[in-house]
Design a protein around this ligand. Structure first.
Ligand code: ZN
Length: 169
């Protein structure tokens, strides 16, 4: 049993707070600070105790959380765009960041103006506006919400988290 397996921590209001390590989650359960909402098929066993390994836990008391903005970095832009060129849809290891409205046409460094682009598309686009050279964006670039990193983790497993991260279609 891997005790480092990640656990989704919810506020008392069911609002997702953060992803924590399994060890911390178990300590919170044993201290009765949280309720077990979803469990995995694994167990933690000791002489006195048999406990289902948690997947989602909820705080017994509501805590006020100040939501942090996701920093606008090259890494986070590439992650938002899944390393896919937002013009041609190709996936490349050598991805660049493109200003949709070029800097010399007063384009800003913002979530909605920066996208990942392969170097070929970036060179083709140059300092033009999309309308000038007949190129289109595959997705409208958006600022990711604070639960975005948690949603990314769901794609690599943890289907139990989906209803709590607004991912049930
Ligand atoms: Zn491209």
């Amino acid at each position: 049993m891997n005790i480092d397996k990640k656990v989704l921590l919810l506020n008392n209001s069911y609002e997702p707070i953060q992803i924590i390590g399994g060890k911390k989650a178990i300590i919170m359960l044993l201290l009765e600070k949280v309720d077990l909402i979803e469990k995995t098929n694994s167990f933690i066993c000791s002489e006195k105790l048999k406990l289902s390994f948690p997947s989602v836990i909820k705080l017994k008391k509501y805590v006020f959380i100040k939501i942090k903005n996701i920093p606008l970095t090259r890494k986070n832009i590439l992650s938002r765009d899944n390393n896919v060129c937002q013009y041609c849809g190709k996936n490349s290891k050598k991805m660049t960041i493109d200003h949709v409205i070029p800097k010399d046409k007063s384009g800003k460094d913002t979530w909605t103006n920066l996208v990942s682009a392969c170097s070929k598309c970036n060179i083709k686009k140059g300092n033009y506006l999309l309308s000038q050279i007949n190129m289109k964006l595959l997705n409208k670039p958006k600022k990711p919400s604070h639960i975005y990193h948690m949603q990314k983790l769901v794609k690599s497993g943890n289907a139990l988290w989906k209803p709590y991260l607004f991912m049930n279609k």
